[in-house]
Structure formats: structure tokens, C-alpha cells
Write a protein that binds this ligand. Structure first.
Ligand code: IMP
Ligand code: MG
Length: 180
């Protein structure tokens, strides 16, 4: 695994330091709001597990799983594979995401959760790749861990063909990995 990494973009220490900072901000923001923290599977699991332990106010954990339709006519369309289990109407909801890339997934998740009429709905993403944003997507994340350049990254939950999610840092793969 390690031998496939060309460059470490964010070290374990950098990520943990930033999560601690975000934790202070989010704990202040959500004190006395008992938020529902919604993680979007699967990429978020590592970030979620670390982040939630730095949100030091009462909160509730929940998860969603979304994917694109695999049918021929609807390619590019998103669907909810698993919805949140909590009733979020009137609740303060914070979405946790691994990465905000073209914006398609988060835009879909945001609209889906907004239709359930939460009291507030905010977004915290570990990574933001603004250069990749699709035109027409205007949604801005409320909290960003790191803004990164336009490169495909793996590790800390992020995968390439379902691998490398278990690396403790965020890195860039060697080009030859894509030709295997
Ligand atoms: P979107 O393009 O913003 O809709 O992002 C869709 C999903 O693609 C993200 O939630 C990630 O799971 C995945 N993704 C986007 N960029 C990367 C990357 O650089 N590495 C690994 N997964 C990525
Ligand atoms: Mg994802």
C-alpha cells in the first residue's frame, strides 16, 4: 500500500490538528442544539470517527448511503441507498463528508435532507477541491478541513477501487497504479 504512494499531501498529524480545531468551532456552534450528525458513507467513516470525538457537546449519530444509478438511461443521477434513521424535522443537522469534488453528491444529499425540514442544515467536509466544481453547483460548505489542489487523493477513508481507505494520511497515488 505505502509503496503505491507518490506523495503524502496531508500527514496524520496535520489532519488530527485540524480536526481538533474544527472540534472547538463545532462544539461552540452546536452547544445546546443536540445536533444530528449525518455521515455520508463510505468515504467519511474515518473522518467521522475522529471528528465526532472532538464534538464535545450532546449530539446524535446518523448515516446515509448514496450512490449513482447504474442504469444506462439515468447515469449521473444519484439515489439514496440508505436513508437517515432519525426523524430530523425541526432538528439541527450537520452533514459530515469526506470530500467536496464536483459537488454532485453533496448537492444531492443537501437537498434530500433539506426536504425533511430540519431546523438548520450545515456542511462540514474534510477536503474541498474547488477547481473541480461543476457549473451550476453553488452550495458552499460551512466548514472545510483543507482546500486541496485538483488531484485524485486516497487514504483516510478515501479510496481508489475500494482500496487505500485504511491509510492514516491523505496521499496521491503513483501514476503506474492506474495502469494495473
Ligand atoms: P462529487 O464529485 O463531489 O459528487 O464527489 C463524489 C464522491 O467521489 C466523493 O464523495 C468521494 O467519495 C469521491 N471522490 C471525489 N474525489 C475523490 C478523490 O480525489 N479521491 C477519492 N474519492 C474521491
Ligand atoms: Mg463520499
Amino acid at each position: 500500500m505505502e509503496k503505491d504512494i507518490l506523495e503524502v499531501l496531508l500527514t496524520e498529524q496535520q489532519i488530527q490538528n485540524r480536526i481538533r480545531e474544527l472540534g472547538e468551532t463545532l462544539s461552540a456552534e452546536y452547544a445546546d442544539k443536540d445536533p444530528v450528525i449525518v455521515g455520508v458513507l463510505k468515504g467519511v467513516v474515518v473522518f467521522y470517527a475522529d471528528m465526532i470525538r472532538h464534538i464535545q457537546v450532546p449530539c446524535q449519530m446518523d448515516f446515509m448511503w448514496i450512490s449513482s444509478y447504474s442504469g444506462t438511461t439515468t447515469t449521473g443521477q444519484m439515489q439514496v441507498r440508505r436513508d437517515v434513521s432519525a426523524n430530523i424535522e425541526g432538528r439541527h443537522v450537520l452533514i459530515l463528508e469526506d470530500i467536496y469534488d464536483t459537488g454532485t453528491s453533496l448537492d444531492f444529499t443537501y437537498k434530500h435532507l433539506l426536504s425533511k425540514k430540519p431546523a438548520s442544515l450545515k456542511i462540514c467536509t474534510l477536503l474541498d477541491k474547488p477547481e473541480r466544481r461543476k457549473s451550476g453547483i453553488t452550495l458552499q460548505p460551512d466548514y472545510v478541513g483543507f482546500t486541496i489542489p485538483n488531484a485524485f487523493v486516497v487514504g483516510y477513508g478515501l479510496d481508489y477501487n475500494e482500496h487505500y481507505r485504511n491509510l492514516p494520511y491523505v496521499g496521491i497515488l503513483k501514476p503506474e497504479v492506474y495502469n494495473r
